[in-house]
Design a protein around this ligand. Structure first.
Ligand code: XMP
Ligand code: MG
Length: 183
């Protein structure tokens, strides 16, 4: 797989360090909530953010529930279809809980805008977004993020959960895919 990557953006070590920082910050931010006996639920956006959430959860020193939602705005290719579709909903009731959405990458913002509206309608105690990557694009819907792992260039990136046509998710680092692979 390495030969298909033009440039490594974030190494395994850099990702681990950043995820640990975010986990520690969340632990502090939600400490009082946990003390009051309120529930915190991490919601990962499948499939890309599954790895990020799995690592993030282990960097959080508070009890958290883990749930999963599947949204699709991309086809199998490298270009967005512009259509957001829910493929799988969370398994448990989120009303009254503190929801932290863990996303892999914020690009146009369509996915997260849709998701925020959808989850907010169910009456969570709070709703925040944590994204590992935020693309530096011109056209991005306004989505407030509590934490951003890395501000990344506007290129098609793969690895650490991110795929191209379901490949490269298991790369331990994040890199820019060579355009000839998807063109
Ligand atoms: P939007 O545009 O809705 O996109 O913010 C978010 C979703 O699009 C996918 N995405 C990517 N996936 N490499 C990928 O593997 C990328 O460079 C990339 N850019 C966007 C991703 O699924 C994310 O959830
Ligand atoms: Mg994808």
């Amino acid at each position: 797989m390495d030969q298909d990557v033009k440039q490594v953006l974030y190494t395994r070590e850099q990702i681990a360090e950043r995820v640990a920082q975010i986990g520690e910050a969340l632990t502090q931010q939600y400490a009082s909530v946990v003390e009051r006996g309120e529930q915190v639920v991490l919601v990962s956006v499948l499939r890309g953010a599954a790895l990020f959430m799995a690592d993030l959860a282990r960097e959080m020193d508070i009890p958290v529930e883990m749930d999963y939602i599947a949204i699709s705005s991309y086809g199998s290719g490298a270009k967005s279809s512009g259509v957001v579709r829910m493929i799988k909903d969370v398994s448990s009731d989120i009303s009254g809980k503190h929801v932290i959405i863990a996303e892999d990458i914020l690009d146009s913002g369509l996915t997260l805008s849709y998701l925020l509206k959808n989850l907010a309608s169910r009456g969570p105690a709070s709703l925040t977004v944590v994204t590992l990557l935020r693309k530096q694009t011109r056209a991005q819907a306004q989505v407030e993020c509590a934490h951003v792992g890395f501000e990344c260039p506007d290129e098609f990136v793969v690895g650490y959960g991110l795929d191209y046509a379901e490949r490269y998710r298991n790369l331990p680092y994040i890199g820019i895919l060579k355009p000839e692979v998807y063109q």
